[in-house]
Design a protein around this ligand. Sequence first.
Ligand SMILES: Nc1nc2c(ncn2[C@@H]2O[C@H](COP(=O)(O)OP(=O)(O)O)[C@@H](O)[C@H]2O)c(=O)[nH]1
Ligand SMILES: [Mg+2]
Length: 258
Amino acid sequence: MDADMFEAAQRAREYFHELTVLPGAWTVIRLDGRGFSRFTEQRFDKPFDARFSDLMVTTAETVLTELGGRYAYTESDEISVLFDPSFDLFGRGVEKLVSISAGIATAAFTHAVGEPAHFDSRLWVGVGVPDVVDYFSWRQADAARCALNGWCYWTLRKAGQSRQQATAALEHASTADKNELLFRHDINFNDLPTWQRRGIGLWWETYQRPGHDPIRQIEVTATRRRITIDRDLPMKAAYRDLIQSRCGNTNPVPAEPS
Ligand SMILES: Nc1nc2c(ncn2[C@@H]2O[C@H](COP(=O)(O)OP(=O)(O)O)[C@@H](O)[C@H]2O)c(=O)[nH]1
Ligand SMILES: [Mg+2]
């Protein structure tokens, strides 16, 4: 076998490398902390720790900056980053998208927390804005469900119940039962911080920054981009509207009403 054939035979065994996200699809990369139940157990307050949330926000900001996504959403130990159909990152190669995004998140979180922690990554694809709206509603509903469960579980644990007892007590409990359980412990779920119940959204905004042009000796304004962090997201229909508006920006900016 000559060298070229050998090279081609080896390349052919990079079997998944040709796999790409279909053109025209909306894409979400979802990153999830690996084994974070154990990782958070000794290091952070239960069920929620603002310090942990800040680490996740820092990680989400880094991914959004490095990959240039359109919207990012974080809840618990996960981050979703949205890309519009025109994105062409790494030729839309699946291996590159999942490995590099997991690498960026892993590096950013590890750097911020000061010890090694890992993220996995997966891709979601949707065919239109309604799919994207459903996707982010789904993750937000997951945030609410996990927050309610987490608060119930740790309230019982802190009241002296064992792991098994707390798990058993919640196994067949309805949402109403869980709210009542918290209420009996003087916790009103709806009064808990919004970021815990609804997650946190991040997106790019443009703003005008006044400055001085030293050559022309005049005052100028420059258009800059920065990331907005929303720890007070709306929910349900209002959140769906917010996601839709994040997606709508692919269209040309409509003319100002005359
Ligand atoms: N202590 C603490 N744990 C958190 C916080 N946010 C998320 N977690 C934990 O992160 C874990 C995430 O769940 P999951 O990804 O299914 O578990 P994993 O497979 O062990 O990473 C859960 O066990 C959460 O309790 C937080 O603010 N504080
Ligand atoms: Mg995890």
